[in-house]
Design a protein around this ligand. Structure first.
Ligand SMILES: Nc1ncnc2c1ncn2[C@@H]1O[C@H](COP(=O)(O)OP(=O)(O)O)[C@@H](O)[C@H]1O
Ligand SMILES: [Mg+2]
Length: 577
């Protein structure tokens, strides 16, 4: 017998799985893509233990007959490609017919499916490849696939799985990328029975889908772009240069409804933003390219994450133009330049003072009371510091809650009126810093920071190698102050838990500095200061009052630690004089 032998089918499938199925997220991607290819209007993805224990994908697509269901288990069996010519017209996500057999060869796999107008469905079960067990099943109006215990028969692969939280982040990426490419399909993602992300079909409002994926932080900064050329359309959503990230995570490109990574496209977008971004920051941009399928080869990467354009230059050029034109036309560019010197701000200031004076007229009456004051009145009487003091000491209790918010000065400070009738200029970031510092310090002292449950779902950070190492080395110290990090692989870090006060703050802004701080109290100070920089300045009267009242609750010693809240206290008589 010759030495060269044909490999057994199961082994061939496992080898294929090595390329296609890297981790739970690859299964989520392949199955959810099949659902979209099957014309589903709703796709539900359920996971247990980050997808390592179970992945279930349910759709309301076209389903399969029993014959087709059995055929799809075979390698290179597909309904999406008929001949070689077809390879140049690919508009479906799949076409190679390898995902299903590959997945079934490395898991406990169960498929239930039925075609629309039939009463009976088919159930096929396979454990680690081999022959399927075929059963009748009720009609399910689509397809449901369960993948249990991924890699149970491939220990080498199982060993490379990261912790569940990290696998979950990858799965979430797989779902949201597909969701961005297909706003017409509704998606739901559940983890251990809890819904963690969902977006209804939003074909008529694709911005909604973008906002659902990018989050409420980014949403208000988004702007649509569009550039049409012969045989090529570029559309998408870009964020104002004021909303940036430390990594290129918010920069995604799609070609003919397929998420792709492409260095040329990414740098075209970065170049368009070049002059508007602070150094080291990355833009947020979702860019969708549609072009003749013959002008792009999608068959160049095992997981189809890369493509090859027949004319990459003109695609990059169109993408760059779309983003540049969008940035130039953006409303944030028009008449909104800031700085204390601009006439707009001066007018704002003058108005605020006018308004203040109008309200403050009765105030001087309180200054010289004839009779002893009640507690309420005495609060009303306090002018905390008069002649432009530097106000570092703790004011009397109730002082901040008694300030009346008037307006915002120079998009930076709050103008308030004290009951004693002085114009008090407050630094809202300092308010926030004290409130946050106090909350963190209190929980730290009680040992609650280190033990708080996971609150965060998805945060990932690309960092330069040295910073990444520093953060990972400080992992035990970070844990003490409620920050849990893990190596995400491929040069990034996943952030599994942060104190609630920092959840909405871009991690790159504080994580590295926190990791480098000398001790726990320095770390808490860094976190409070960094979180405060993200404080809302443009607030409603109610929001301002709530923040100022919170400051009254803060323990007195905090005032010695944190930033200076009161920038100026101008007795109204000064202004009148
Ligand atoms: N959710 C589904 N609904 C209907 N048909 C499906 C579904 N998943 C897979 N199929 C069928 O099984 C075939 C094989 O799927 P797969 O192995 O992923 O290969 P490909 O997607 O490349 O065709 C598909 O071509 C399709 O006909
Ligand atoms: Mg497929």
């Amino acid at each position: 017998m010759g030495r060269v032998r044909r490999l057994p089918t199961d082994l061939i499938n496992q080898i294929a799985a090595g390329e296609v199925v890297e981790r739970p997220a690859s299964v989520v991607k392949e199955l959810a893509e099949n659902s979209v290819d099957a014309g589903a209007t709703r796709v539900t993805v359920r996971l247990v233990r980050g997808g390592c224990a179970n992945i279930t994908v349910i759709d309301d697509g076209c389903g399969m007959s029993r014959e087709d269901a059995l055929t799809c288990l075979e390698r290179h069996a597909t309904s999406k490609l008929a001949d070689a010519e077809g390879l140049f017209h690919i508009l479906t996500k799949g076409f190679r017919g390898e995902a299903i057999p590959a997945i079934a060869s490395v898991s406990r796999f169960c498929l239930v499916t039925s075609e629309p107008d039939t009463l009976a469905g088919t159930k096929l079960s396979i454990e680690g490849g081999g022959e399927p067990v075929v059963e009748d099943a009720p009609a399910v109006g689509g397809t449901r696939i369960d993948v249990d215990d991924l890699f149970f028969n491939v220990p080498a692969r199982r060993k490379f799985l990261k912790r569940e939280a990290t696998e979950l982040l990858h799965c979430e990426d797989a779902v949201t990328r597909l969701a961005l490419a297909h706003p017409e399909v509704g998606f739901t993602l559940e983890h251990e029975g809890k819904q963690i992300w969902a977006s209804p079909p939003s074909a008529s409002e694709p911005m909604q889908r973008a906002a659902a994926v990018l989050g409420s932080e980014a949403a208000p900064h988004l702007l649509s772009i569009a550039e049409r050329r012969l045989g090529l359309t570029v559309t998408g959503f870009i964020a104002a240069p004021e909303f940036t990230l430390s990594s290129a995570r918010g920069l995604m490109t799609f070609v003919n409804h397929r998420y792709v990574r492409d260095r040329g496209l990414t740098s075209a977008i970065q170049r368009a933003y070049q002059d508007s971004l602070p150094p080291g920051r990355q833009p947020v941009a979702l860019v969708f390219i549609e072009l003749d399928p013959r002008a792009v080869d999608v068959n160049v990467h095992p997981q189809k994450l890369e493509v090859r354009f027949s004319d990459p230059r003109s695609v990059q050029e169109a993408v760059g133009a779309a983003v540049s034109v969008g940035l130039k036309a953006a409303p944030w560019r028009q008449g909104d330049s800031r700085g204390p010197e601009t006439p707009q701000v001066q007018a704002q200031y003058a108005q605020a003072i006018e308004r203040f004076l109008a309200r403050a007229q009765p105030a001087p009456a309180f200054l010289e009371p004839a009779t002893p004051l009640s507690l309420d009145q005495s609060l009303g009487r306090m002018s905390f510091g008069t002649a432009r003091p530097t106000l570092d000491t703790a004011p009397p209790r109730g002082y901040f809650g008694a300030l009346r918010f008037l307006s915002v000065l120079a998009r930076r400070f709050w103008l308030t009126e004290s009951p004693a009738g002085s114009l008090v200029i407050v630094d809202p970031r300092a308010v926030e810093e004290r409130v946050i510092w106090s909350a963190l310090a209190t929980r730290f002292q009680k040992g609650e920071l280190a033990t708080a449950g996971r609150t965060l779902f998805s945060a990932r950070l690309d960092l330069p190698p040295t910073e990444r190492t520093r953060v990972l080395e400080a992992a035990p110290e970070l844990l003490e102050v409620g920050v849990e990090v893990e190596d995400f692989g491929t040069g990034s870090i996943s952030l599994l838990r942060v104190p609630a006060e920092l959840e909405r703050v871009e991690p790159a802004a504080w994580l590295v500095e926190t990791a480098a701080a000398a001790d726990a109290s320095a770390r808490i100070a860094v976190m409070a200061r960094r979180a405060a920089l993200a404080a809302e300045i443009m607030v409603t009267h109610d929001q301002a009052r709530a923040r100022l009242e919170a400051l009254d609750e803060v323990a007195a010693q905090v005032h010695a630690h944190a930033a200076r809240v009161i920038v100026r206290d101008l007795p109204v008589l000064d202004l009148e004089g």
